[in-house]
Design a binder for this molecule. Sequence first.
Ligand code: IFM
Length: 468
Amino acid sequence: MPADDRFPDDDALIARLPAGFRIGAATSAYQIEGAAAEDGRTASIWDTFSRVPGAVDNGDTGDTACDHYHRMPQDVALMADLGLDTYRFSVAWPRVQPGGRGPANPAGLAFYDRLVDELLGRGITPWLTLYHWDLPQELQDAGGWTARDTAHRFADYAALVHDRLGDRVAHWTTLNEPFCSAVLGHVEGVHAPGGRSLADGVAAVHHLHLAHGLAARRLRADARRPLDLAVTHLLGTSAPATDAPADREAARRADAFGFRFYLDPILRGRYPDDLIADLAAQGIEIPVREGDLAAISTPIDTLGVNYYRSMRSSGTDENGADVDARGLPVTRGLPHGGLPVTGLGWEVMPHDLTELLLRIARDYPGTPMVITESGAAYDDVPDADGYVDDRERTAYLSAHLAAVARAREAGADVRGYLAWSLLDNFEWAYGYAQRFGLVRVDYATQRRTPKRSARWLRDTAHRVRGRA
Ligand code: IFM
């Protein structure tokens, strides 16, 4: 078993989780739904980006994906068979409000209405994410997340979905991983819309935060029933590669740009001073206006934490230089080394998840957390019946759930663990080649086959709830 074996007491830790600890799985709309042009849905930035030659491995798109749009009742039945108590899904903005403005599309909203009823009918708690990267293309054409107006459009869209589903859905997450939308999408060019500008990325982060805050206010204003309001961030640690001052300074910069840029405005109502200075050194200002930070720091009930891996930070490049061609300090992410890796080459570091959760508990006290994604891609090999004996993924999930239990015992208020992902699905720029599912999807037939990891999660959930 190649996964980290530093915590041999996984089972004992997991066994001590309280019966009310939430155990479930997550997906997102573009990654599983398919039906990209049905019932009034219009294009999102991912429909556009996935058609850019070379943007996605194998030229894959989300056109069909797991065909969940047509197979939703069977998929919910599968979740019930797997004993999930919570299902985190996202709503496709261009399905329910084509073009990103104006009235709702009744057929689009009806799909999520049926999904919610189906889940509730099976005793599964719906955990709804409003935005998981599928911005309507029309809004992108008007500037996308670099434009302040997109934040206002998002608040309208959020209210429209909440009007329809707020009577039955209690758990609302505004955004999934703003870092990916902003930085992978606007700075590194590897996600939609494919931009490569740090200034655009910084503007996008701020407008995503603003979108969250404006939507949070709108949802809170509807007092029909109590709301559990969350935002989900992709988080990790950034230890210095060595004790050298340049590496320590690189780690500080990485932490400011990759961690505190996301949590400080939401949980402290301000951007970090050192981040502002780092950006100013590059001629970049965060486009904050009067009142923005008050909206952005509207209290949340839960912080969604997505955790996959962490990097070490080095302040020198491959040649040992500590400044780049523009005279700016080098900040380079390095693997820790000597650790097992997943199919994507991501290091398996459950111990780091414990550290991360304890850091959040220490630096942002009083913040309840839920792990809204945790999982791994591996090179699955199905047998003749489509069954995958995914021992590595099972070990990964076990080690990470135990890491959460360890953090809880040390004082972090973590209330649930949602595995990524229920199904194999469209893994963004990696297309369908990378499989994260608890359930194998044969894309030719759309047959679903639970893997060993799905059975493990089911048994674990039963044990935690004390039903076994
Ligand atoms: O598949 C993604 C998901 O959409 C967002 N978080 C990370 C996952 C794995 O890369």
